[in-house]
Ligand binder design. Structure first.
Ligand code: FPP
Length: 254
């Protein structure tokens, strides 16, 4: 590959995030600051989600992943858990038609066991009604945990070996990655966490290997186009080396 080809590919890849994943944090604090129950924060969080999905579309982001419900969120008060379930359902019910029309394919990742039949039905409806769309992808992590996803993939790989479809020696990063629930998505270029907290909280552990992390001091219900643009601007200034060296240094060294 000539240096000029390498440079232009690296620069364009560096500047445009194809896949942005967001840990939507701070709903509870947003509500508390207003003297409201936590569930009101989640409801405002859905409005922020709608603004962000729209902004991501306008900004040309091909894949947007959001963390809607983690495997750890079951430990929250039952009323809050059922509100989060209800919100997923009402979000899909109100927005599915628009997503479908606008060429957005919906993917839901996470453990299906333990979800109520009406939630399973809405997930199935969202995925099947949009399965032919290719323009944009909205991936909702729901009842998702990064470790659980890796363990489930290991089980599926072991099943494939036990049934003779694969041999133990077939296990490399590419083959194993196909067993993860995120296998259809490219790895995230950028992971954003709102609310000022700086950790991954079991989100996309495998996929995050080379993602850039941006932590924004804004509570999720206040999120929208401007905040997303700010995250993308920070991302655009990062040097992604993927364990190698910066492309300009390679060219300077001849
Ligand atoms: C974290 O805020 C947020 C969540 C646990 C849920 C995120 C859910 C939404 C934005 C609602 C829409 C979701 C879907 C799937 C449509 P927190 O409650 O931990 O906030 P805190 O840290 O301030 O308490």
């Amino acid at each position: 590959m000539s240096p000029s080809v390498g440079l232009s590919a690296a620069v364009s890849y560096r500047n445009a995030a194809r896949h942005v994943a967001i840990i939507m944090d701070g709903n509870g604090r947003w509500a508390k600051a207003r003297g409201l129950p936590r569930t009101f924060g989640h409801r405002a969080g859905v409005q922020a989600l709608k603004r962000t999905v729209e902004a991501a579309d306008h900004l040309g982001i091909a894949w947007l992943t959001v963390f809607g419900f983690s495997t750890e969120n079951w430990s929250r008060p039952p009323q809050e858990v059922s509100e989060l379930m209800r919100l997923l359902k009402s979000y899909v019910e109100t927005d599915l038609h628009r997503l479908e029309r606008e060429g957005v394919r919906v993917h839901v990742i996470g453990e299906r066991t333990g979800l109520a039949p009406d939630i399973l039905e809405i997930i199935h409806r969202a995925e099947s009604r949009t399965r032919h769309n290719e323009r944009r992808h909205l991936q909702i992590a729901f009842n998702y945990g990064g470790r659980a996803d890796i363990v489930a993939a290991a089980r599926r790989f072991a099943d494939a070996v036990a049934s003779g479809r694969l041999a133990p020696g077939d296990c490399d990063e590419t083959t194993f990655g196909r067993f993860l629930s995120t296998s259809e998505a490219p790895p995230p270029d950028l992971i954003v966490r709102t609310s000022g907290e700086q950790r991954l909280s079991n989100f996309l552990l495998w996929d995050a290997a080379y993602a850039e992390l941006v932590f924004q001091d804004i509570l999720w219900p206040d999120y929208g186009a401007e905040a997303l643009k700010a995250a993308l601007a920070e991302y655009a200034g990062r040097d992604r080396r993927f364990g190698g060296v910066e492309v300009h240094d390679v060219l300077a060294a001849g």
